[in-house]
Design a protein around this ligand. Structure first.
Ligand code: RFL
Ligand code: PHB
Length: 408
């Protein structure tokens, strides 16, 4: 087995692993990124689309936001549809001018891969048999296969950025982590369609047939989702049925949902999950490897990038000056933001989705909540107050969320 050496071994080239690599390389720290999949696969995987204000700032600040600034679509509000009406939530007005940007996660990943490869820093795709060793010792190691060769990467620190199904969290001894989770009886059937978006802003629709979401990726690409069962069989959803259902759930008098060729479709289950702490010895977890949220709140990508910003700062301090205060408080600092996002995502999910056999009482509670969120001056005022609170540190700055200005 050939042995190599790096300061930070990063498992996973999703948004978290790639941004961490970029942030550390800029500070002169040696990193190696190992990714299970091919570059083509990673660059084609369709996921998130909403980037929050703070994350846009972060990407721009570190030289990874050039195309995002050019091509990203700035949104100042979103719409909530229920009981046959649409109500606009003016995010910007409620948050002192902050905006969200619509820019595919896939595009962020492409931008970060390009930056990495241009810098000459190592990024290996299609590695296999990845395993972690000596995590509770001073020099942990990552063993893996690449191009038919068995390799060992000796590190100062391992960053587990390998998503919810990765091996990093699974390499922590049983009993060490506390895990918190909730499964929802819902899935999302998502499509990408070659048609101009039918609305300028996102529409979150509560409907008796189930939730629907109208989103977009560009002036010529629509992204739409339908609530379905978590184990929904896509074979039961030919394109015509998908459009028919979207038409029913998003219908509004005087408004038309434009249809077009479906380029991609998939089903995602919904789950909330957090593990505590986000560290074991010299292994630090970041992003979906440590926590996931149902997509209703559009928080997962944003949380993942916040984690690695904190992790990068802490590691620079540790590897550069030997200071341990940053790495020692990393998990607690992340988890504060994580739990706020967990609450918000759960809240959005339970407010907007239709459970099977919903009790009439629960339906009325949902509608009451939706009416409150869209009409209450008090909810908006509370949100503005929250955002003006003195900040604990820039890294845990309060963010406006897709709907987060109201109802929390
Ligand atoms: P990722 O993106 O899952 O990347 C992990 C990477 O690790 C690789 N990997 C391994 N590599 C080496 N060795 C191993 N043993 C490995 N095992 C796995 C994987 O191949 C992969 O490349 O995690 P990361 O970087 O933490 O990023 C998290 C985000 O991807 C995720 O939170 C978001 O996509 C969630 N999400 C959304 N978040 C938002 O902020 N806004 C949104 O609008 C939003 N919409 C969504 C979403 C997620 C969705 N799905 C598919 C669950 C919409 C959907 C439908
Ligand atoms: C998306 O465009 O993929 C998207 C938008 C908002 C969400 C989730 C996903 O809440």
């Amino acid at each position: 087995m050939r042995s190599e050496r790096t300061q930070v071994g990063i498992v996973g080239a999703g948004p978290a692993g790639l941004l961490l690599g970029h942030l550390l390389q800029r500070e002169g720290i040696d990193t190696m990124i190992l990714e299970l999949r091919s570059r083509a696969y990673v660059e084609a995987r369709i996921r998130a689309g909403v980037v929050e204000h703070g994350v846009v700032g972060l990407l721009e600040e570190v030289g990874a936001g050039e195309r995002l600034r050019r091509e990203g679509l700035v949104h100042r509000g979103i719409e909530l549809q229920f009981a046959g009406e649409r109500h606009r939530i003016p995010l910007s007005d409620l948050t002192g001018g902050k905006t969200i940007v619509i820019y595919g996660q896939t595009e962020i990943v492409k931008d970060l891969i390009r930056l990495r490869l241009d810098s000459g820093a190592p990024l290996r795709f299609e590695v296999s048999d990845v395993s972690l060793h000596g995590l509770d010792r001073e020099r942990p190691a990552i063993r893996y296969r690449h191009g038919g060769e068995e390799l060992e990467l000796v590190c100062d620190v391992v960053a587990g950025c390998d998503g919810f199904h990765g091996i990093s969290r699974a390499s922590i001894p049983p009993g060490f982590l506390s895990e918190f989770s909730r499964e929802y009886p819902y899935g999302w059937l998502g499509i990408l369609a070659a048609v101009a978006p039918s609305n300028d802003e996102l529409v979150y629709a509560h409907h008796e047939r189930g939730f629907a979401l109208l989103s977009l990726r560009s002036p010529t690409l629509s992204r739409l989702y339908l609530q379905c069962r978590p184990d929904e069989d896509l074979a039961r959803w030919p394109d015509e049925r998908i459009w028919e259902e979207l038409q029913l759930r998003l219908a509004l008098p005087g408004w038309t949902l434009r249809e077009g060729p479906i380029l991609e479709k998939g089903v995602t289950g919904m789950r909330s999950y957090v593990c505590e702490p986000m560290r074991y010895g010299m292994l630090f977890l970041a992003g979906d490897a440590a926590h996931i949220v149902p997509p209703t709140g559009a928080k997962g990508l944003n949380l993942a990038l916040h984690d690695v910003r904190l992790l990068a700062e802490s590691l620079v301090d540790f590897l550069g000056s030997g200071r341990t205060s940053g790495i020692d408080s990393y998990s607690d600092r992340c988890l504060r933001r994580v739990w706020r996002a967990e609450h918000f995502s759960w809240w959005m999910t339970q407010m907007l989705h239709r459970p099977e056999n919903q009790e009439p009482f629960d339906l009325r509670l949902q509608l009451a909540q939706l009416r409150y969120v869209t009409s209450s001056e008090a909810a908006a005022t509370v949100a503005r107050g929250e955002l003006r609170r003195p900040l604990v540190s820039p890294a845990v700055e309060e963010e406006p969320t897709t709907l987060g200005c109201a109802g929390r």
